[in-house]
Design a binder for this molecule. Structure first.
Ligand code: FES
Length: 638
């Protein structure tokens, strides 16, 4: 039995099977609904309004009764992942539930390197076959290569697809060809005449976004870069939701794999189009990602990464023909995935390390990569320790009442006047030149929530233990529907959602938990190294580039450090992928790094709970923060 579902205001309609839920239906019809928990009935963000008979849907679930307010229940609100379809329905997706495209930071630190790609082009002129010299075409080509280029492996092979075209290409070119050779061991393309076009792409597949860089393998130039949302977001915001989706649906892994391959192919097409080159001149792609994204892209069951002892199918680098996993580049082209470090610490962390090279320095460096999952590395040339921190999605705007991704309409900067207690906000999109109208706030993203909590602390509105200072009198400080205190950041009239955007006590707690996880992880790594101070902090990842580093230190996201030695390097994982694309020695370095970095399971350390508890305070219960003491001294004692 099938029913018609219409999603408004997009106006998308289609037939769905009886029993399918509204979230599944929206995905099938290409309507984006926020679903941070991936339809797991946990986050409560997938609220929709039913504009037709409620009787055509399954009855209200317990979860919905708990999450939806009385006013929402009276207004025909449902959770899209709970409501199953048993008749024709018209659904309105309210502003706050609409999926938004994230703004992606694509620039990493500029890193100089020697050009040494895995793909090289060789021009050769062959003698035509005769009755006296009747060597086969491949032997003739191989001999010509070996006689002119000593670096070529004497056991060089040829890709099957290239072999299929070889006889024609040789004859049509008058026996003058350019050969693309991979690692000097395999012919992966043969083109007529003299050719100097060889390209590669470095791709950082994040849980939420994908960033790609098209590079010229002959000059080493980055020709263009592009990025897009990882469309797997439709199936859940974090890696656990993606694993669950694969486990709970027979075709789950196939769907998720196809989704990410489609995204990569889209980026290949867009970038080669904008650079004016043919996709079959792209000979190699380097992929970096966390372990779950790695397994899904390679269509390996990710289930066992998600449970103790968090084992991956493989840690070493993986090299396969791009066509094997459906990526459309040169028919003989390769993809190379950098190695995985351990469990949840994936090839993206290895890429960050080969870009920043803390293992070649004397100073003790703390690298924090705050993505959907938090990864930290600490050490120097004497040794690097790494850990994965369960920061939760608070820094990405999830678990926050009005949290959203860093997209147009998100509050990204907050200042609070310590005297008047009035806020000043900056909304993404507000100063974009092609927007003449004022962009109203829709929610708050990760950098905004860091600012908001730090500024409320600096203004004396919340205290070191995270609790609201109840003695302050301000119309912005009030008790919320749950009886707990909250701060009104934006009044309803200045929003697109028609509700006051507040920072609730629960939001503050979520930020405290996330930052405490990072800080406690860093402290454990410092203790293991026998070090009590960090010389420098590197904030990697898009989020790290957007946050106000002073406010991050005021919150105690990382141990005290001279702010001049705290640097944001942007997408360091993308930079590492580019390095590995342009210099194959970096792949060997990645292999060595992945093996030599010592992974610490911080949560299993006996003092983790104590460190975590102390780190719940702003900025910390015990540790001193000399570099921001002047700011802490100014906090009004109301
Ligand atoms: S509660 Fe429906 S997607 Fe999270």
């Amino acid at each position: 039995m099938q029913y018609t579902v219409v999603f408004q205001p997009a106006g998308c309609r289609g037939l769905v099977s009886a029993g399918e839920n509204l979230l599944q239906a929206s995905r099938n019809l290409g309507v984006a609904i926020e679903a941070p928990c991936g339809g797991g009935e946990i986050c409560g963000k997938c609220k929709v309004i039913i504009d037709s008979a409620m009787s055509n849907l399954s009855p209200l679930s317990e979860k919905e009764r708990k999450v939806l307010t009385p006013a929402e229940l009276a207004g025909n609100y449902r959770l899209a992942c709970c409501a199953r379809i048993y008749g024709d329905v018209v659904v309105f997706v309210p502003e706050q539930s609409r999926g938004a495209n994230q703004i992606v930071l694509e620039t990493g630190r500029h890193v100089a390197l020697e050009l040494k790609p895995a793909i090289n082009l060789y021009y050769v002129e062959l003698n035509k076959p005769t009755l006296e010299d009747f060597r086969d075409d491949f032997a003739r080509l191989k001999d010509a290569l070996l006689s002119r280029f000593i670096q070529i492996d004497k056991n060089i092979t040829i890709d099957y697809r290239v072999l299929l075209r070889l006889p024609d290409v040789l004859r049509q070119s008058g026996w003058k060809v350019t050969v693309a050779v991979w690692n000097d061991t395999e012919i992966i393309a043969v083109a007529p005449g003299s050719e100097s076009k060889a390209y590669g792409i470095a791709v950082d597949v994040g849980t939420t976004t994908i960033a790609a860089y098209l590079c010229d393998l002959v000059t080493g130039d980055v020709l263009t870069q592009d990025s897009m949302m990882n469309n797997q977001v439709r199936y859940g915001d974090d890696v656990i939701s993606r694993i669950s989706y694969c486990m709970m649906n027979d075709d789950g892994l196939s769907l998720l794999q196809q989704s990410v391959i489609d995204d990569i192919n889209t980026l290949v097409k867009r970038m080669t189009g904008s650079a004016g080159i043919q996709p079959d001149h792209v000979f190699e792609i380097i992929l970096v990602f966390n372990t779950v994204m790695h397994h899904i892209a390679l269509k390996i069951n990710p289930q066992y990464i998600g449970s103790v002892p968090f084992t991956s199918a493989i840690r070493e680098s993986v090299t396969v023909k791009a066509r094997e996993i459906g990526i459309t580049i040169a028919p003989g082209g390769y993809i190379h995935c950098l190695p995985i470090e351990a469990g949840f610490v994936g090839a993206d962390n290895v890429a960050v390390l080969i870009a920043e090279e803390p293992y070649k320095q004397d100073k003790m460096t703390l690298i924090i990569d705050i993505g959907t999952n938090g990864e930290i590395n600490f050490g120097n040339r004497a040794g690097i320790l790494s850990a994965s921190c369960a920061t939760g999605p608070a820094f990405e705007g999830a678990q926050i009442k009005f949290g959203m991704r860093a997209a147009v309409g998100a509050i990204e900067r907050v200042k609070v006047d310590p005297v008047t207690k009035e806020p000043e906000i900056k909304v993404i999109g507000q100063n974009t030149s092609d927007h003449e109208e004022i962009i109203l706030a829709k929610g708050i993203c990760g950098s905004g929530i860091i600012d908001a909590v730090a500024e409320l602390f600096k203004a004396g509105i919340i205290q070191a233990d995270g609790g609201f200072n109840k003695s302050i009198k301000s119309p912005r400080i009030r008790q919320g529907p749950d009886g707990k205190f909250e701060y009104v950041l934006v009044w309803a009239a200045q929003t697109t959602i028609g509700q006051d955007i507040t920072i609730t006590q629960k939001d503050v707690r979520a930020v405290q938990l996330a930052k405490a996880a990072l800080y406690a992880g860093a402290k454990i790594l410092m203790q293991k190294q026998g070090i009590n101070k960090v010389d420098s902090v590197i904030l990697a990842g898009a989020f790290g580039s957007y946050i106000d580093k002073e406010n991050a230190l005021v919150l105690g996201m990382f141990p005290d450090c001279n702010l001049e030695h705290v640097v944001a390097v942007g997408n360091a994982a993308g930079s590492g992928a580019k390095l590995a694309l342009l210099n194959k020695d970096k792949r060997i370095e990645a292999q060595v790094v992945a093996q030599s970095v010592q992974f610490v399971e911080t949560a299993a350390e006996t003092n983790f709970q104590t460190e975590f508890f102390n780190a719940m305070y702003l900025p910390h219960a015990k540790d001193s923060f000399t570099h921001i003491q002047h700011i802490l001294d100014k906090i009004p004692q109301c």
